[in-house]
Structures are given as structure tokens and as C-alpha cells.
Design a protein around this ligand. Structure first.
Ligand code: SF4
Ligand code: SF4
Length: 201
């Protein structure tokens, strides 16, 4: 593939925040005695939308490192995913389709998986700009451990999201104000190719 998609300093910041998320996740999971081992479900079929150009480009950085045949296989699956998800949405249903990057139950692009993939599982909390706190209970299997308790240990999403806003601003600068908002599945990010900004200054 062609030139690097992200400046090295932006790429390093994304790798660093992803690593921090992994560490925080492990602390919470350990404290709850929770792990994915033996799970009969696979949450990679959850319908999630992603919202940053930085993560989109970082995903493509991982795709660009793959052998062309593997990337083409993911692209084929992504086209199929998009067609099927559009059909489900047209019928008013929430799509439940395996992520095109999932290889026999495992993430085929693990180092480049997105923020939401990394948060899913354990309980977490987030404070919105208006001060309202949102609580996320974790996946169904984690809820089997925590029950309906509210006082469980949680990951704090707010500083993680704030760092992604800073990364997005550091990379895109003024362009961030005029670019369309990102609201895409991983499959859409794959079939659209890496983000390009040639149409704006
Ligand atoms: S990117 Fe990886 S972890 Fe995320 S949904 Fe797809 S297969 Fe699962
Ligand atoms: S996060 Fe939860 S649902 Fe997903 S694989 Fe792990 S245990 Fe299963």
C-alpha cells in the first residue's frame, strides 16, 4: 500500500491510549474475576458505529500491513456486511452480523481494533459535557457476576474519549470543523478505504 496514513506522532498517541485502555480493562476485569475465556457468545457481531477519523486511519494502518490476499478477503466480507446490514436497517432491525475482521472467533486485526471493541465487556462510566453521568453495565456475561449492583468497579471512559478528541484535533486541526462527522461501522471503514481530505483545506 501507499504512504503512511497517519503522522508517526499521532500513530504513537493512538497506540499509547489503546495500551492504557488495555491496562485499565485488565485491572477492572481482574478485580471482578471476569474474563472472556469459555464465552459461548461472541460480541463481535454487535452493531457499533465509530466516530473518529484517527481510529479509521489507524484501522487502515493495520489493514495496509496485511498481505494483499488477506486484505481482499476482509474487503469481500466487509461488502457483504454492508449489504446485509443495510437490508436489516431498511426493515427497522438492528443488524447482528459478525464483524468482517473476525477470524474464527478471534480478531483478525487485534492491535488495531477500535476503542469500542476494547471497552466492551467490563462495567464503565462516562460523564457527558452537561455533567450527566452514564453507566454501562458491561456485557451479559459480566452482568452475571455483578448482578444489578451499581457500586461495582468501573472503567472511566471520559478521559479516554477526551484524549481521542485531542488526538483528532492534533491531527486534523482546522479541518476538523468542516469535515463531515464520522458515523461508520468497521465494515464501512474498510470498503471506503482510508480517509482522504483532498476536498478540503
Ligand atoms: S475489530 Fe476485532 S474486536 Fe472489533 S468487532 Fe471486529 S473482530 Fe471484533
Ligand atoms: S466481552 Fe463478554 S460477550 Fe464478549 S466475548 Fe467477552 S465474555 Fe463474551
Amino acid at each position: 500500500m501507499s504512504a503512511p496514513l497517519l503522522p508517526p506522532e499521532i500513530s504513537s498517541r493512538i497506540a499509547a491510549i489503546y495500551k492504557e485502555i488495555e491496562e485499565q480493562y485488565d485491572v477492572v476485569a481482574q478485580e471482578l474475576g471476569f474474563s472472556c475465556t469459555g464465552c459461548t457468545d461472541n460480541c463481535c457481531d454487535s452493531y457499533f458505529l465509530h466516530h473518529t477519523y484517527s481510529e479509521w486511519a489507524y484501522l487502515w494502518q493495520g489493514l495496509a500491513e496485511l498481505a494483499p490476499e488477506k486484505r481482499q478477503e476482509f474487503e469481500r466480507r466487509a461488502r457483504d456486511y454492508v449489504a446485509r446490514s443495510r437490508e436489516a436497517l431498511a426493515h427497522g432491525e438492528r443488524p447482528q452480523i459478525m464483524c468482517p475482521l473476525n477470524d474464527a472467533g478471534l480478531c483478525g486485526l487485534y492491535r488495531h481494533r477500535l476503542l469500542i471493541c476494547r471497552l466492551h465487556g467490563v462495567p464503565s462510566a462516562m460523564t457527558r459535557p452537561d455533567g450527566r453521568q452514564l453507566l454501562f453495565p458491561g456485557c451479559f456475561r459480566c452482568q452475571e457476576i455483578t448482578g444489578d449492583r451499581q457500586d461495582v468497579v468501573r472503567m472511566e471512559r471520559t478521559p479516554l474519549f477526551q484524549e481521542f478528541v485531542r488526538i483528532e484535533t492534533a491531527w486534523l486541526g482546522q479541518k476538523r470543523k468542516v469535515l463531515p462527522k464520522v458515523k461508520m461501522t468497521i465494515a464501512e471503514m474498510i470498503i471506503q478505504g482510508p480517509p482522504h481530505f483532498s476536498h478540503c483545506r
